[in-house]
Structures are given as structure tokens and as C-alpha cells.
Ligand binder design. Sequence first.
Ligand SMILES: [Zn+2]
Ligand SMILES: [Zn+2]
Length: 347
Amino acid sequence: MDYGRCRILIDWPDWDYGIHNDKAQIERQGKAMNYPFSFEINKENNTAHFSSTSELPYYETSLTSCNCGDFEKRKLPCKHIYRLAVELGIIEIINRKPGGYNEDVLAEIYASDDMDNHPEQLKRIKSAQSAKTTPSSIDREKRTGIFPGSGKKPYETTLQSCTCRDFIVRGLPCKHIYRLKIELGLLDIKRLAKELPNNNPEFAFDEVTTELEKLTEKNQQTIQIFLYKVLYHKEPYLSIIINNETAELLTCPLLRTETQDMPEYALRIFGRNQLIDILDEHGISGFKRNSSQKNLILWCIENVPDIWTVFPKVTLLCFSDSFQKARRKTYSYLLRIYDWDSYCNQK
Ligand SMILES: [Zn+2]
Ligand SMILES: [Zn+2]
């Protein structure tokens, strides 16, 4: 029988099975498998030690209790208890999470009665207003629009659908649909803009860690590297190419997408040789083959007319305005987790 993400393998009478269906419990079941803790299981008395990030050196966990803050507060199975149950062969955590966008966030937006005011949708409304999202054409009668795409094929947009990846993955209004609405005078931006600042309280540190834990390890490490660059090298942007792995960064509230097109930053993701290869592939010539990466980028900006039809689309992310104060603490937190992990892996 499955409850939440728990598949019960052998009877676990300590807890009422129904509680595992709870949304907050499902989140803990996921963390039980993804959280970068280390542990030691004692199979004789069904207990475990888990590494901790608090002042306690270890958490002491049994099938019915744990001394972590989460358990002490809620008295419901924490991620440690679930993991112990997995290691003892009592349950198995089954996978329900689709690739890419976070299903909890999506469910929250679907359920909202003011969808357009959800921070995730507001991000898209903001992008919709940028010059980059200018439609190639609008058919006012049919209420449809054509928008330049990241590849050769343009996006075809109606008020209910769009052929862009964001819409296909999320099934929720993308920036093109919003722009179409704006062009047709169907979206009251002023109402939304007023509410925008109130949606931006500063993230507390434990909210930051909760958000981080929703990400894959690799994306958490990407954020660690970006924090390092922002804090110590004043680099404003994280440039990524969206794929199955990185797509979830787009919905991470710690980050926001830069809507201005800034190829001078974006193209830095490509090394000198990669830039030359891509230009060669497109039969573009006239640049000096021994130029530095920096000069090649400048050359491309000046001489390549439609840059994003030549280069794979790079997305620029920066930290959200609500994630300012907790950055240093977050950086040391990630450093502790991952450098400690790589230290253990070496041994
Ligand atoms: Zn615990
Ligand atoms: Zn779209």
C-alpha cells in the first residue's frame, strides 16, 4: 500500500498510515532521500545517528522519535525517521516528482483564486512587459500572437495556450500569454504592480534552507558557486542553459530571471573555443580567430544580427530581492554540507 510517497513494505504500526498522505509529510519523505546528511544505522535496536547542521553533533533517531527541531516541534515523522524506516526496509520512498518544475508550487498556483498575483506568475508578467517579449505580430480579431522563439520556430500564442516550453511544462500562463493579454488590453497591470512589493518580504535563513532542500544536489551546488561569485567577485548574474536539470532553478524563489537581454553577460557561459565553434557552425566569419573570449563576445554583439538564433539560449538569473540578508549564512551552510561531503567522499 502507498501513503504519500511511502510504499509500506512491512508493517509499521508506530504511526497511523494516513498521516503519511499529508502534504508536509510528503515533503519530508522526499527530503529523507535527497537531504545531504550522513548517518549510521543500528539495525539491532532500530535506531540511527544522523549528521546535523545545528549545534548538536548528531541527531538520535528511532522509529518513533527524533531529537531534531522538526520532530520536537511537530511530533510527526521527520526526514530522519523516514530515512531510518527506509534503511531498515520498512518502507520505500517512491518517486512522484516530475522532472523540471516543482509540483508543489504548481499545485499552489492552480489552487489559487488569484493566480496572476502568485509570485511565480508575477515574474512572468514582469517578463511579459520587457522589450524582449515584443510580439512579431498580433491578430486582434482572432486574439492570437506570434512571438520570436529561442530557436528558429516562433511561438504561437492564444489566450489559453502557447507553444513555448514554459507553457508546455507548466500548463499555466507564460509571459507570451500575458503579453498577448496586455496588447489586447485584457490585463490590469496596475492592480498587480501595486501588490508586487508586498510579495517581497526578506527570506529568513530557515526559509532559505527549505527552498534549497527542494532543489537537486547539483542545483544546490550551482547556487553555492553563484553565492561565492556574488559575494566575493561581485558578479551579478548566474548564466544557465535550461535543461531538465536546471529548469527547477527558474521556479526557485531565491532567484529571479533577468528579463533584459544582456548578451555581454550571457555569452560568458561559452568558452573562447566554443564561441568560435558555434560561429563556424553558422558559417559566420570576419572575426579574429585568436581573439580573447571577451573580444569575441564584443565582436558577436556588434556583428551577429540575431544573436539568439545563433547561440543556444542562455538564461540569466540573479538573486531575488528578498534574498539579500541571508546570503552569507547560506553560503557557509552550503559550504559545510558540500565541502564536508566531498571531504568524506575522498576518504
Ligand atoms: Zn529528525
Ligand atoms: Zn509562451
